[in-house]
Design a protein around this ligand. Structure first.
Ligand SMILES: Cc1ncc(COP(=O)(O)O)c(C=O)c1O
Length: 427
């Protein structure tokens, strides 16, 4: 399978075998008028198979495995129930009856699709009402919904930079891939500061930002693979002192941290120019928001291609978000439980001699180092009934492969103790 030629032939034949009508020869699977010439398949698949072989050779091949979230911090994976330490359903809302019911109601009332981009047919009242709720939740003038967090970052950053020609861009070394995608799309060079090292950011702002016509700082409030927090107050002060715009991704803080789950941006009201967050993690649904000034949102409606040229999120998705916003402010007990579980887990990992970095949230890395070791540990844990996925380069820097342990409010203390015992045994 790892030989490109063999892989190509076997894979192509398997696909054609599945799609062609009984008895028709490969290459004519869509009927005579739509025949797929074998040469055309070769032209694409041979390149892709070679690229896959390179990924294989680097030991970085990823595959999709069937799984489904289950209650009480569990996941069903390939017929087995595992204790789930890998999904981001931190508050357990993805299967909450109120979200399911509201998604059903809004689907029944408004249909399964929204028909077009919001600029083409006009926008639904539901989108506008929800955006007003999000702006109130985040304490900003306005908000805009995007189809996903990846899409929001990848679409908004180039739009911002188009309005800030020549801007110097400063990024934390560990920002999410979607922000890198946005910066790459803008074709702009970034000045990367060491992770959460705001002295380094200050130096770079002074050195590289001084003569630029504008400055933009991009970071996360809770880092997705490390579970540590950025210092919002100092970032806000640096942005102010250097007249830089501040963009903060709150994907993993929304719902979990800050007063009423409003995120870490709530520590510095009005000081962050653009807050991005997702509905796909603690809020148990799908999609993302940008919150900020009215001018920001009006501009994005006119300039963010991932908003303009895409169909609006459907009513069912909006219904689930609406229900999550009803529940999240009151989920203090779940937030406190997650915090206590995090402390328990970090204490236990340290006792096992494992590095959990600077985590202080519901995301706790157990840094292993070599990819193969992290993969082997994750596999042993899966055998023992725990899903704690190994995260490896390019998602994290080389030499820092880890288990990324994500806590869910449905976990009991006994689940943490059982995981720690299994890690101890596996090591
Ligand atoms: C920090 C960060 N930003 C953005 C995203 C993308 O969000 P979504 O999953 O909604 O596309 C993620 C999710 O992986 C993330 O961790």
């Amino acid at each position: 399978m790892s030989l490109p030629g063999l892989y190509h032939t076997a894979h192509r034949d398997a696909i054609l075998q599945r799609s062609r009508p009984k008895g028709s020869p490969i290459g004519h699977c869509l009927g005579a008028r739509h025949a797929i010439p074998a040469a055309a398949m070769n032209r694409l698949d041979s390149h892709l198979a070679a690229a896959l072989a390179r990924i294989d050779a680097a030991g970085q091949r990823r595959t999709l495995r069937p799984a489904a979230l289950a209650p009480h911090g569990r996941v069903l994976r390939e017929g087995r129930e595992l204790t789930d330490f890998s999904s981001n359903d931190y508050l357990g809302l993805a299967r909450h009856p109120l979200l399911i019911e509201r998604a059903r109601e809004w689907t029944a009332a408004h249909g399964t699709g929204s028909g077009a981009s919001r600029l083409v047919t006009g926008t639904s009242e539901a989108h506008l009402a929800l955006e007003a709720r999000i702006a109130a939740f985040k304490g900003t003038e306005a908000a805009l919904i995007f189809a996903s967090g990846w899409q929001a970052n990848a679409a908004v950053i180039p739009a911002l930079l188009a309005a800030m020609p020549g801007a110097a861009v400063f990024t934390d070394r560990l920002i999410h891939a979607s922000m890198h995608a946005g910066i790459a799309m803008a074709g702009v060079r970034q000045h990367r500061f060491r992770h959460n090292d705001l002295d380094h950011l200050e130096t770079l702002l002074a050195e590289k930002g001084k003569d630029a016509p504008a400055r933009l700082i991009l970071t996360e409030s809770v880092f997705s693979m490390d579970g540590d927090r950025a210092d919002m107050r100092r970032l806000a002060a640096l942005a102010e002192a250097h007249h830089a715009a501040l963009f903060v991704d709150e994907a993993h803080a929304t719902g979990v941290l800050g007063p009423e789950g409003r995120g870490l941006s709530a520590e510095v009201p009005g000081a962050i120019d653009l807050i991005m967050g997702t509905f796909s993690k603690a809020l148990g649904g799908f999609g993302a928001y940008i919150a900020g000034s009215r001018v920001l949102i009006d501009y994005l409606v006119n300039a963010a291609s991932g908003f303009i040229f895409t169909t609006a999120p459907p009513p069912g998705v909006l219904g689930a978000i609406d229900a999550a916003l009803d529940l999240v402010p009151g989920m203090e007990a779940e937030r406190a439980h997650l915090a206590a579980l995090g402390t328990r887990l970090r204490t236990g990992l340290a006792a096992l001699g494992l590095d959990h970095g600077a985590s202080s949230t519901q995301i706790v890395p157990a840094v292993i180092g070599a990819e193969a070791d992290a993969m082997a540990l994750s596999a042993r844990l899966e055998d023992a009934g725990f899903l704690a996925s190994a995260i490896r380069p390019p998602t994290v820097p080389p030499g820092t492969s880890r288990l990324r342990i994500a806590l869910r409010a449905g976990h009991a203390e006994a689940d943490i103790d059982a995981l720690l015992a299994a890690i101890g045994a596996a090591l």
